[in-house]
Design a protein around this ligand. Structure first.
Ligand SMILES: *Cc1c(COP(=O)(O)O)cnc(C)c1O
Length: 232
């Protein structure tokens, strides 16, 4: 028997605290979104029983099926690439969408949530690595240009920025990408002084400690909690 989920959750929080302490921050500033994509509902329930309340999903269909089987006080965050034709399903589970990468998708989300009298919290996804496989706005300037329009929509609340670090073990490349996102986040705050821009989402299982040191207020660990995902 390896480590159980409870031990992994505890170890994660210890590592978050240590990383925060290294740069003079408090672990309380850092929200953990447990990424439960491909993880069966029973396992998510176990994680819930370990105290986790915020989960991230990257496939609409999977989340739509899983969420109703789980406690109502879970906050679900959609973190995957969002296609226009799937937007209509989002209000069924998502309180947050981290992967807004064009004005058009924000407008569609706004319409759907607004007609239900709700507001979805959104982040702008920035491609900070230049990798073609990644979604997200292609440059900070592009994202800044979109931000004012998105912030003005009823039904969405713009809360900050998200990125996926480069697929590499190279620490300085990873940190550079995170520093780009942080700079963009600060530009957003300056550009939109009336918006509540408070969320800098970066860092996954392999790089969340660097992300914390680079200023993340939200991390998205998956496999470090739930174990490796089988290839899909
Ligand atoms: C899968 C995924 C994660 C979690 O990845 P791990 O390497 O398992 O921690 C985080 N963020 C996004 C956007 C993802 O798609």
């Amino acid at each position: 028997m390896g480590m159980g989920l409870k031990d992994r959750v505890e170890e994660l929080y210890e590592r978050v605290e240590a990383a925060a302490a290294r740069c003079g921050r408090s672990a309380e500033e850092i929200a953990v979104v447990a990424v439960s994509k491909t993880v069966a509902a029973e396992r998510v329930r176990e994680a819930y029983d370990c105290g986790l309340r915020v989960f991230g999903e990257s496939r609409v269909q999977e989340a739509v099926e899983k969420a109703p089987e789980l406690p109502k006080d879970i906050e679900w965050q959609f973190i995957g690439h969002l296609q226009s034709n799937k937007v209509k399903f989002l209000p069924q589970f998502a309180d947050w969408v981290q992967s807004v990468d064009r004005v058009e998708i924000a407008e569609k989300l706004a319409r759907r949530y607004h007609e239900l009298g709700r507001t979805v919290q959104v982040l702008l996804e920035l491609n900070t690595s230049g990798e073609d496989s990644k979604h997200g706005f292609g440059s900070p300037q592009e994202a800044l240009d979109a931000a004012s329009q998105i912030a003005a929509l009823d039904g969405v609340a713009l809360r900050g920025a998200m990125t996926i670090g480069p697929f590499t073990d190279n620490e300085s490349e990873i940190r550079t990408a995170f520093a780009v996102l942080r700079r963009f986040f600060e530009q957003l705050q300056t550009k939109l002084p009336d918006a509540r821009i408070d969320t800098l989402s970066m860092g996954m299982s392999n790089d969340f400690e660097y992300a914390i040191e680079e200023g993340a207020t939200m991390i998205r660990p998956g496999s470090v909690l739930f174990g490796p995902r089988s290839a899909r």
